[in-house]
Design a binder for this molecule. Sequence first.
Ligand SMILES: [Zn+2]
Ligand SMILES: [Zn+2]
Length: 260
Amino acid sequence: MIYWAWLLGISVAFVLLERLNPARKSQPILRSQLANDLFYLIFNGHLWALLTGGVIGLVATRTDSVLQSASLFPETGLLTGRHFATQFIVYLLVSDFLQWSVHVLLHRVPFLWNFHKVHHSIHEMDWAGNFRFHWMELVVYKSLLYIPLLWLGGAGAPLFAVAVFGTAWGHFNHANLDVGIGPLRWIFNSPRMHLWHHDASTEGGVAKNYGIVLSIWDYLFRTAFWPKDRGPERLGYPDDDRMPTDLPRQMLYPVFPAKV
Ligand SMILES: [Zn+2]
Ligand SMILES: [Zn+2]
């Protein structure tokens, strides 16, 4: 099944799950910015993903060939010929750690933080927030991920399975769902943990909980923050009133910030 069909199916599943057991019951279904976020879902999840994937994938494959011919890259990777489950687990661990690292950079490098502000300008969180991000983010993530993943030398199917699993878990992290995951929280990220990443105060959000699928990197590198008895008071970041609400200016941010 092609990726967009998975994306559609996973999205519909979370629409239904949020109706069954919402964490914030007073949050409207047709929240502000939902139309923008549905556009981001189609654009970032399909159109822009295909274009950047094609161009950056081609550059990475060519770079791989050049490095191989210069004997700087192995012809047989660590995962070549391995069982599907082994490839899935290694791809998940490596890609999730790389994404955690890129996410840290998006917060700590001021130039990159400008783009990541679009994701953090959401004030009412639900599953659709997962794909609310600036188009530059895919360029940064894919440019830094593709060459190390190619180096592993595995097959396309387990890598695709990791992408689908990551999409489902990303929707889960952003979903308005009242669910805990028990002791699995030491391994996996969750809606309650990720909500603190979006905290507008300096208490949680600005430098905490960078995890994508896994929470282990945040526990390992001491960036985990999760007071379990409550949630953040406000989502966003300190000067988020400068983020425009209309889609064209959000996509061109920070060129045309909102006037305050
Ligand atoms: Zn972030
Ligand atoms: Zn998020």
